[in-house]
Design a protein around this ligand. Structure first.
Ligand SMILES: NC(=O)c1ccc[n+]([C@@H]2O[C@H](COP(=O)([O-])OP(=O)(O)OC[C@H]3O[C@@H](n4cnc5c(N)ncnc54)[C@H](O)[C@@H]3O)[C@@H](O)[C@H]2O)c1
Length: 276
């Protein structure tokens, strides 16, 4: 391999929850860094899918969209197969499908809603990781620099500051994100002998549709007040691409010894004891 710097991420990226929000920012970051193709697996409506695909294609990257509910194993397996049938392999996976879940105290939380949140944020990450790993274990190494260990792929799961911290009325989300890190750590240990790395990222506070509908949407005044407090502690407002770009960097073979980590992308929120 030459020493010249080329595209950072020339392989094929597979992103769950990639039609909008942070998942779409990840898709665009992979496109920006030279991915051969980006696959978006999501349950969004046609219009949102079309916009998400357009965002990627405008950067000059081929984009395949697949309707896939991450809580349904047959759909996840089929989505991975469809991506591989078209592009031959999956080099980078980013599991970003997620929901906010119920906002209520534990004593008032509807159990069905609690379980639904675990199904998407926790089981969905497990199912995606399972089928992405099965594919990556079968494929040859990504192109790596001379002298570096071979790598068959990288998976980045989306956790949250709630994988470390808790807030009243968010038991379902907090539990699901702790589980996301648990799955990541276990997968990292199981996959490393195959030359595959599995990490998590924990974004801070970004005003995506999930947040607009879930947190701020309930009681607007209270929601916005809370949100401003979160952003203050984070230091400033954050841009979606600040999450997307980190996922690409974490996926690069140059991060070959980074495995099982949970990288906080939060401007210092989680190490800030104060509110300013
Ligand atoms: N926005 C934030 O501040 C923030 C902070 C930390 C973590 N996150 C995490 O980032 C990820 C992306 O969320 P977002 O904020 O961009 O919200 P979003 O609602 O804009 O995006 C989530 C995407 O996941 C998809 N999705 C939901 N259920 C699905 C299912 N069953 N199968 C397939 N796709 C499904 C949605 O259709 C949507 O496109 C989530 O995992 C979320 O928990 C967000």
């Amino acid at each position: 391999m030459s020493k010249r710097s080329g595209p950072l991420a020339p392989g094929v990226a597979f992103i769950t929850g990639g039609a909008r929000g942070l998942g779409n920012a990840v898709a665009c970051s992979f496109a920006k860094e030279g991915a051969r193709a980006v696959v978006i697996a999501d349950i969004q409506d046609e219009k949102t899918f079309a916009q998400g695909k357009k965002n990627v294609e405008e950067i000059g990257c081929e984009c395949l969209t697949i309707h896939c509910d991450v809580t349904k194993e047959d759909q996840v397996e089929a989505a991975v197969k469809q991506a591989v049938d078209k592009f031959g392999r999956i080099d980078y996976a980013a599991n970003f499908a997620g929901i906010i879940g119920p906002s209520s105290s534990i004593t008032e939380t509807n159990t069905e809603e609690w379980l639904k949140c675990q199904a998407v944020n926790s089981t969905g990450v497990f199912l995606a990781t399972k089928h992405e790993l099965r594919q990556m274990m079968k494929q040859s190494s990504i192109d790596v620099e001379d002298g570096r260990v071979e790598q068959r792929g990288s998976i980045v799961n989306c956790a949250s500051v709630n994988s470390l911290m808790a807030i009243p009325t968010a038991s379902a989300y907090t539990t699901s994100k702790h589980a996301c890190h648990g799955i990541t750590k276990t997968a990292a240990l199981e996959a490393r002998s195959h030359g595959i790395r599995v990490n998590a990222v924990s974004p801070g506070f970004l005003l995506t549709p999930m947040i607009e509908n879930g947190v701020v949407g309930g009681d607007m005044d209270l929601g916005m007040k809370l949100w401003e407090g979160f952003e203050k502690r984070q230091g400033r407002k954050a841009k979606f691409e600040e999450v997307g770009d980190v996922v690409v960097l974490l996926s690069l073979p140059r991060c070959s010894l980074v495995n099982g980590q949970n990288l906080f992308i939060d401007g210092g929120f989680t190490i800030n004891e104060g509110f300013e």
